[in-house]
Design a protein around this ligand. Structure first.
Ligand code: NOJ
Ligand code: CA
Length: 560
């Protein structure tokens, strides 16, 4: 192994995303908190995690669970104190784990002092920190991402302010230099507290088109997504980041693979971005099969566009905004649940890039079956429910809504982390702020630590594997059989080192014919998610031209 496998520490790292509200409650109030995270540092270390990303823990009225910030430099009391945060950073560091925070700078809360001041009148110095219409009339009919107009009327001013998300999340005016400087001061202040970087929220939206621009018919949010001129602000922002040795990951909705090198290339604004292309494929009719060809195309495109040296990918299959991957890309039926969770893990964790694991994903936590409307919390779920709940036949409607929410709501990924078998899954001794998934009686950390073939132990194996093979750190990517509708076959290669990954992403068994370039080499099996079937020869120890890949089977081979 070479001494230094990658240029940067974060290229050789595995990240773990923590949704603090649902991770671990330390004081029995039912809400996860910073001291709860401190209790679990050992767990993260054992898993093999190098850095964590915390969803927002700043002061917030929680209309959008912390993405509406009312004080950037204060910790939300429900999560703890600034001292707790300092301790968390110190203890994580002592255990070799870095900490990055969420940076929400496209908008604030409508309770932020800047906005309260801004509403006092046009003469107020903070008025121009936000975006206003000239008159009482809405300047256009643009639709916000959370539904309804982007404009909200303020009667005392007889003007509207602009918001890309909920109306309680007014957008900051990036055209205003003082505003930008206030934000940059705040960023430096946090970095001086010793954090190791940021995940940057909603950054594609900081620049808006001129008001008369029409939204693209296929894309209602086009007038405020990656608008020309955005680079001026991204450049200023990245200059601040570059004053520090940190990692930055931009949330980059709407950025295409072709545009990606500008964002993350050698002179890019961020170290990595979360692309939306592959993840958006979860949005399909429940009865339709996963678009395996589309998934391969999307991931392959990003692998090629940001190859080591050109850029760098952030790899992910889950976050707090999408339903659980095993339920949408895998298969949560009992016979396939564990196997498909492991198949997905194999498929994405061995790509080139920095993998992010979202809390509970390493257990194969599936979606929740919501049984009452008041179990839903997310602002977008609530908006959708309000719209769906018509006048008549509430009972049937409610059932339909619950079924829908159990498959599409962001709340699916926000149920409490499942630590053990006890009533509240070991998450809290009090009443959890959000319903615990009843399946914690079988799916939980304590159980999976005991079982050698658990999803959790499989994740640990994959993480170890990544860290022991240079080719998995910086090796290039090539895929085969792009039109095969079941199986994802790709190779990682670096000089003479090669790893071959074969994953069936469907519930049908599939016959594949591998090209001579692959078959002509000698391979031996490194890892499979069907260890228990090895004796019955359902798993082949080596690669042959024709292979039958069982449903959700994953095979990893190394070139001898
Ligand atoms: C993206 C975040 O991930 C999401 O949770 C939030 O609702 C929006 N940005 C608005 O901040
Ligand atoms: Ca708590």
């Amino acid at each position: 192994m070479t001494e230094k496998r990658t240029d940067k520490w974060w290229q050789d790292a595995v990240a773990y995303q923590i949704y603090p509200k649902s991770f671990k409650d330390s004081n029995g109030d039912g809400i996860g908190d910073l001291n709860g995270i401190r209790e679990k540092i050992g767990y993260l270390k054992d898993l093999g995690v190098d850095f964590v990303w915390l969803n927002p823990v700043y002061q917030s009225p929680n209309v959008d669970n912390g993405y509406d910030i009312s004080d950037y430099q204060a910790i939300n009391p429900e999560f703890g104190t600034m001292d707790d945060m300092t301790q968390l950073i110190e203890e994580a560091h002592a255990n070799g784990i870095k900490v990055i925070m969420d940076l929400v700078i496209n908008h604030t809360s409508d309770q932020h002092p800047w906005f309260l001041e801004a509403c006092k009148g046009e003469d107020n110095p903070y008025h121009d920190y936000y975006i206003w219409s000239d008159t009482a009339e809405k300047p256009n009919d643009w639709q916000s991402i959370f539904g309804g107009s982007v404009w909200e009327y303020v009667p005392s001013l007889k003007k509207n302010y602009f918001h890309v998300f909920a109306k309680e999340q007014p957008d900051l005016n990036w055209e205003n230099k003082q505003m930008r400087e206030s934000i940059f001061r705040m960023i430096r202040w946090w970095l001086d507290q010793g954090i190791d970087g940021f995940r940057i929220d909603a950054i594609s939206h900081i620049k808006k088109s001129s008001w008369e621009t029409k939204a693209r018919p296929d894309w209602p949010h086009s007038p405020f997504t990656n608008v020309k001129g955005i680079s001026k602000y991204l450049k200023e922002l990245s200059a601040v980041f570059k004053e520090y040795d940190i990692v930055t990951v931009g949330e980059a909705s709407g950025v295409t693979a072709e545009e990606a090198t500008e964002r993350v290339g050698n002179d890019g604004y961020f170290n990595m971005i979360f692309e939306f292309e592959h993840i958006s494929l979860w949005q399909r009719d429940k009865n339709e099969a996963v678009d395996v060809v589309g998934l391969k195309r999307a991931l392959g495109r990003w692998q090629r566009a940001l190859d080591y040296g050109e850029g760098w990918n952030a790899l992910y299959m889950e976050n707090h905004d999408v339903p659980r991957s095993v339920s949408v890309f895998g298969n949560d039926a009992p016979q396939y649940w564990a196997r498909s969770a492991k198949a997905l893990a194999t498929m994405y964790l061995l790509l080139q890039g920095t993998p992010f694991i979202y809390q509970g994903q390493e257990l194969g936590m599936p979606n929740m079956t919501f049984t009452a409307i008041d179990q839903l919390d997310d602002v977008t779920a609530k908006n959708q429910i309000k719209a769906l709940l018509g006048e008549k036949d509430q009972a049937t409607k409610t059932l339909e809504i619950l079924e829908l929410m159990s498959s599409v709501s962001r709340d699916n990924s926000r149920t409490p982390m499942q630590w053990d078998w006890s009533d509240n899954a070991g998450f809290s001794t009090g009443k959890p702020w959000m319903a615990v998934n009843p399946n914690h009686k079988t799916i939980n950390v304590a159980q999976q630590i005991k079982e050698s073939s658990s999803v959790l132990n499989y994740y640990k194996q994959l993480i170890k594997l990544r860290k022991t093979k240079d080719v998995l750190a910086v090796g290039h990517y090539e895929d085969y059989l792009p039109t095969d509708e079941h199986v994802f076959v790709y190779e990682r290669f670096l000089e003479h080192e090669r790893v071959l990954v074969i994953v069936n992403l469907t519930k049908e068994s599939a016959e594949i014919t591998l090209p001579q370039t692959v078959v002509g080499k000698s391979w031996s099996l490194l890892l499979t998610n069907m260890e228990e079937d090895k004796e019955t020869s359902a798993v082949t120890e080596t690669v042959t031209e024709k292979m039958t890949i069982a449903p959700y089977q994953a095979l990893v081979y190394v070139h001898n």
